[in-house]
Design a protein around this ligand. Structure first.
Ligand code: SF4
Length: 652
């Protein structure tokens, strides 16, 4: 997965013994509630601002797991964000949910009304001019959000529940804290657990002082710790005797164990039942919103990332900017039959064919089998998946046949020198190849180009600009500025990237009071380093990306819908049509060995391999042909490797 999808475009989850002293700060705990909770009721809550058009996989997965282990317990998954989206209007909700800072600002102003003016100014700086947000205005947005949120909390049957679990991802921090504060006020005996990617780092004792309504934090994956907690609450006579549960942190245990991260996760994912999305779909049956959008079903085939390894010293070897896997240890996958069975049963149960694979990265070995079997379902699925640029053409082909229509590829850069710094394990020529293949297969590729990465230099920029000239026939990449993620390799080893100091992003200081800002480590960090230099050197790339977008839109909106650089093979000859933005279409005809070399380089090939394949021709002759093709932008060359750029009008 690309962490930039989470931060820049919008947001995703996840969620130990109680500190009685701390609980007393709120209201004396009624221990009788732990006296054999025969009819234990648990509520799992996802607050704004996840995408409203899909249920929370975190809630769905934990609910299903809890019910499988504790059929006698009542578990309800409250997608409060859906109700809020319906109330304030989907377009407005969507705009807010697109940017973390906008999303966090809304509930920050409700949490800390004395900071309203400051937060309003902050919000206005972030909102695009002419947007619905700007037209509506911060006061209206916050008052509408408060009205519906307070009504939901007032109507909630909180006293009937004994345990509430909040799943908190990147843009859900302030909203979750607001809900928690209000709910705890209404029902002080309700045990509040909080978890998710936002809380997968170390929890400090200050945390429990600052957020006194939170009773416990689930570190890492939620199923096992939460299930053990529920098991204890069913039978326990005294909550103060809760035995230590790995993965659960309380104000008490944090004093003993310190802020050390302790996980408890499933050895394999075979024991996970399919997620339960009933609570999301139930209200849609009767509401007018069922006609407003088609819900997408989130499905996971794996957890973690196989590209990322964590050393015994805790250092990550994955992509330098990535902090997506803080809540997992290692990489685990479901088997193909399990995944396909889930997709089959979930689409049938909820009568929707849109499926989003939420894996950070799809499994290397099981993927082929999964997509083959999905194609065998003969359902008209419409799927989205995040993939690495090393995904091969046959794999892409299987994905397309199974119904994948949109992908996000971990492209991140179009300069191999920068890809090395990013530790992507890929090259620019590989990126161009997969971009071309997606275009050929009709897979809409929504990928990012990271600008301002600390330590990038003029050479990286020059390489990027050159690659963009060759990439213009393909769907443009979206520019995203580098942001420093807590726990990412760059954050762990800042000096290596020329970073002088690391601290909380100052935007948090606008949203939170100074005591919280000073003593909490937030997921989005900031740094002192070469930012000014980075902004300057990347400006030409920003301009170039805008132009690329303009050209691509122009070329794909007119009557000539075929790719701007396409090829048709006539066996004895090959016709390449090159339609450029400013000049006439040029037709190229390749015959004989020229055609064969061009077709051979549909995979990027080294000069040695081309020479070995066509021994009848001297290296000089081959090189002069390749050079000519590169000059015409029909092929791309990188370090003596060559790639044909034309998009076959027929699938490979
Ligand atoms: S480390 Fe893994 S999950 Fe993170 S960006 Fe790289 S491939 Fe994706």
């Amino acid at each position: 997965m690309d962490p930039y999808a989470v931060y820049s475009d919008r947001a995703t989850l996840n969620p130990e013994p109680l500190n009685l002293c701390y609980l007393n700060l709120v209201e004396p705990l009624n221990l009788s509630i732990f006296m054999k909770n025969k009819n234990l009721k648990v509520i799992l809550i996802s607050t704004p601002w996840p995408l409203y058009s899909r249920p929370s996989i975190q809630l769905g997965a934990i609910k299903a797991y809890l019910l499988s282990k504790h059929p006698d317990v009542e578990v309800h998954a409250d997608h409060s964000f859906l109700k809020i989206a319906a109330s304030i209007g989907y377009p407005l909700y969507h705009e807010i949910s697109e940017r973390t800072w906008l999303a966090e600002a809304v509930y920050a102003a409700l949490l800390y009304p004395q900071r309203f003016d400051l937060i309003e100014k902050f919000f206005n700086r972030q909102a695009k001019s002419g947007s619905l947000l700007e037209k509506t205005g911060f006061k209206k947005i916050t008052s509408a959000t408060k009205k519906i949120t307070d009504a939901l909390i007032a109507d909630g049957d909180w006293k009937n529940y004994q345990l509430a679990g909040f799943s908190v991802s990147l843009c859900q921090l302030t909203s979750a804290l607001y809900f928690i504060k209000r709910i705890k006020r209404k029902s002080p005996q309700l045990i509040i657990a909080i978890g998710g990617s936002t809380f997968s780092g170390s929890t400090t004792s200050e945390f429990f002082d600052l957020f006194a309504e939170v009773d416990l934090v689930v570190n890492g994956e939620g199923e096992l710790p939460f299930s053990q907690l529920v098991g204890y609450m069913k039978t326990s006579a005294n909550f103060s005797e809760l035995p230590p549960i790995p993965g659960i942190v309380t104000a008490e245990t944090v004093k003993i164990n310190g802020a050390r991260k302790r996980f408890q996760q499933m050895k394999n994912l075979r024991d996970l039942p399919p997620p339960d999305y009933d609570d999301y779909f139930e209200p849609l049956k009767s509401s007018a919103s069922r006609n407003m959008f088609f819900p997408t079903l989130p499905v996971e085939t794996s957890r973690g990332c196989w590209w990322q390894r964590i050393s015994s010293a805790g250092k990550s070897s994955g992509c330098a900017f990535c902090n997506l896997n803080l809540q997992w240890e290692g990489y685990r996958t479901k088997d193909s039959a399990q995944v396909v069975g889930e997709i089959d049963s979930l689409t049938a149960r909820y009568q929707t064919l849109a499926v989003s694979m939420v894996d950070n990265v799809l499994p290397r070995s099981a993927s082929k089998e999964i997509f083959k079997k999905l194609a065998g379902l003969k359902k008209d699925l419409r799927m989205f998946a995040e993939i690495r640029a090393t995904t091969t053409l046959p794999e892409l082909n299987l994905m397309a046949q199974a119904g994948v229509q949109e992908v996000q590829i971990g492209i991140e850069a179009l300069a191999t020198s920068l890809l090395e710094k990013l530790h992507k394990g890929t090259t620019a020529i590989q990126n161009l190849e997969i971009m071309r293949d997606c275009e050929a297969l009709g897979l809409a590729n929504y990928s990012n180009l990271i600008l301002h990465f600390p330590g990038s230099d003029e050479q990286d920029v020059a390489e990027t600009l050159r690659s963009i000239e060759f990439a213009v026939p393909y769907r443009p990449l979206k520019a995203v500025g580098f942001w420093l993620g807590l726990g990412s390799p760059v954050w762990q080893n800042p000096g290596f990237y020329g970073i002088k100091s690391v601290f909380n992003h100052p935007n948090w200081g606008c949203l939170f009071p100074s005591n919280i800002f000073a003593s909490t480590r937030f997921m989005i960090q900031a740094y002192r380093g070469d930012l000014g230099y980075q902004r300057k050197i990347w400006r030409p790339v920003e301009d170039s990306l805008k132009k690329w977008q303009q050209i691509y839109t122009e070329q794909n909106c007119g009557p000539q819908r075929s790719p701007a650089l396409n090829m048709r093979d006539g066996h004895e000859f090959l016709i390449i049509r090159q339609r450029s933005f400013s000049s006439e279409t040029i037709n190229h005809r390749l015959v004989g060995t020229s055609r064969l070399i061009y077709l051979y380089c549909r995979r990027h090939r080294s000069i040695k391999s081309i020479r070995d394949r066509f021994p009848a021709f001297s290296e000089d002759k081959i090189l002069s042909f390749l050079k000519m093709m590169v000059n015409k932008k029909l092929m791309f060359e990188e370090k003596d490797r060559y790639l044909s750029l034309a998009i076959p009008v027929k699938h490979f």
